[in-house]
Design a protein around this ligand. Structure first.
Ligand SMILES: NC(=O)c1ccc[n+]([C@@H]2O[C@H](COP(=O)([O-])OP(=O)(O)OC[C@H]3O[C@@H](n4cnc5c(N)ncnc54)[C@H](OP(=O)(O)O)[C@@H]3O)[C@@H](O)[C@H]2O)c1
Length: 260
């Protein structure tokens, strides 16, 4: 895809799953990559694979719960053209056994981690009068899902944050894309805590996301049939929603809080 050729692109969560597939595809499109993840060994492996194609690959091992390393990265790289704020964790945290620590971690990585990734670069984008940001949310953000209080809330926060800054930054020639995927086959979904209909490969998901970003779409949700279902859910009366979702989620009654 010519759109990404020679562009400097920063990706968080680049060592695994969707982030890794984005990195591999972008490398094949001759992008210059800045790859960030907490997992040093896997990040190194992705770097070596990307270097076969990419003109330039920089890697940084960072825990997105900490802000300081992200500020340091900003001061040590040239301003990126595009940021993929992709890193995140999945998890269950049911109301009947809610765990505050797990909640803080999911919110800390999925929401605050995304904000900490993006915000250091906004000043530079505004001064340069160009920039593009893609934030990875989830269809799980559209309404609270049974057992997924912290995850759904973290992604709903992501949607609203991205929507707000999208309007603030448009006049500065900065484009924001919020991506809402359904289930993707990655290490995050390698569990049996709940059913995962219409699960897609990480590679095809990354391809779709890159196409949407190249078209500067504001919102990109997929697969379409699942998106239409979640839109229908969104406007469904709560008593019907509760009745249906508790029956089709396929969760056991003794679900324990945990992070994936
Ligand atoms: N998979 C799905 O079905 C699905 C659906 C909708 C949305 N999403 C979203 O897609 C994004 C990518 O998910 P994925 O499925 O590709 O997951 P993944 O395979 O687990 O990849 C996520 C990557 O982020 C890293 N990471 C986790 N916590 C971090 C932290 N504190 N600092 C830096 N890096 C950290 C992980 O490292 P470790 O593995 O070492 O923890 C991992 O390398 C997430 O935002 C997720 O919420 C996924």
């Amino acid at each position: 895809m010519k759109y990404f050729s020679n562009k400097k692109i920063l990706i968080t969560g680049a060592a695994s799953g969707l982030g890794k597939e984005l990195a591999l595809l972008l490398a094949s499109y001759s992008a210059k990559l800045v790859l960030i993840d907490i997992n040093q060994e896997q990040l190194e492996h992705v770097k070596l694979t990307c270097e076969k194609n990419a003109t330039e690959v920089q890697t940084f091992v960072v825990n997105l719960l900490d802000e300081a390393p992200l500020l340091e990265i900003r001061d040590n790289i040239n301003l990126p053209d595009i940021i993929f704020a992709n890193a995140g964790v999945g998890g269950v945290n049911p109301g009947f056994s809610f765990d505050n620590e797990i909640d803080s971690k999911i919110m800390g990585i999925n929401y605050h981690g995304l904000v900490k990734t993006i915000s250091p670069f906004i000043d530079g984008f505004v001064k340069r009068k160009s920039g593009q940001i893609c934030g990875v949310s989830s269809l799980a953000s559209m309404r609270g899902l049974p057992g997924a209080s912290s995850y759904s809330a973290s992604k709903a926060a992501v949607n609203n944050y991205l929507e707000s800054i999208r309007m603030d930054l448009r006049a500065h020639n900065i484009f924001i894309t919020t991506v809402l995927p359904g289930f993707i086959k990655t290490p995050m979904t390698d569990h049996d805590a709940f059913d995962m209909p219409l699960i897609q490969t990480a590679n095809s998901s990354a391809e779709k996301i890159l196409k949407a970003v190249s078209k500067r779409k504001r919102i990109y949700a997929f697969p379409k049939i699942m998106y239409w279902g979640t839109l229908l859910n969104r406007f469904m009366p709560s008593f019907i929603y509760d009745f249906l979702m508790t029956r089709i989620s396929g969760q056991s009654k003794d679900l324990k809080p945990r992070i994936f």
